[in-house]
Design a binder for this molecule. Structure first.
Ligand code: ADP
Length: 151
């Protein structure tokens, strides 16, 4: 018997959750694809955030649903607008790594008021996208924690 209360054990477990244990597959497009194609991709892949990379596969930006909606409001022909024109760009992208604590990533989502983070590996010449962490992943972690009978 450890002498720990149920909630102490829960907290301990929550603090051990890593981003890498809950992340999803990232959806990535090249910076030169059109806003139109990005919208098609967003529907086909059923994601809310698309990551944008350059020709060296390094992260240069991202697109949310509202970024694409905003671009659609104007009169521009979306198939002739490259996504790098409308994306949120580096260095203003909040990201995390697979080793980060899930709690820290969740706090970033709250502080920045965003739905998701790219999970990246930092290289000398930029960052490479290896995953996607969204509010849904956080919800899954919460459910796992709450339903785990061994806690
Ligand atoms: P939506 O725009 O669909 O509500 P978000 O709340 O995630 O989705 O995005 C709000 C704004 O923040 C968008 O302009 C988006 O480009 C930007 N954004 C989303 N995720 C990030 C991130 N990880 N880092 C920086 N900016 C982000």
């Amino acid at each position: 018997f450890t002498g720990k209360t149920g909630s102490e054990l829960l907290t301990e477990k929550l603090k051990k959750f890593k981003v890498g244990d809950f992340q999803s597959v990232p959806i990535v497009v090249d910076e030169n694809v059109s806003a139109y194609d990005a919208i098609i991709n967003m529907f086909l892949e059923d994601v809310g955030t698309i990551f944008v990379t350059d020709q060296h596969s390094k992260l240069v930006g991202l697109l949310s649903r509202k970024d694409l909606l905003r671009a659609s409001i104007g009169n521009q022909d979306l198939s002739s607008v490259p996504v790098h024109i409308i994306m949120t760009r580096m260095p203003n992208i909040a990201y995390c790594s697979a080793d980060d604590l899930l709690l820290d990533a969740a706090q970033t989502l709250i502080e920045r008021q965003i739905d998701g983070l790219p999970v990246v590996e930092e290289k000398e010449d930029g960052v490479e996208v290896v995953g996607r962490l969204t509010k849904t992943n956080i919800a899954k972690a919460l459910v796992e924690l709450g339903r785990d009978e061994h806690v």
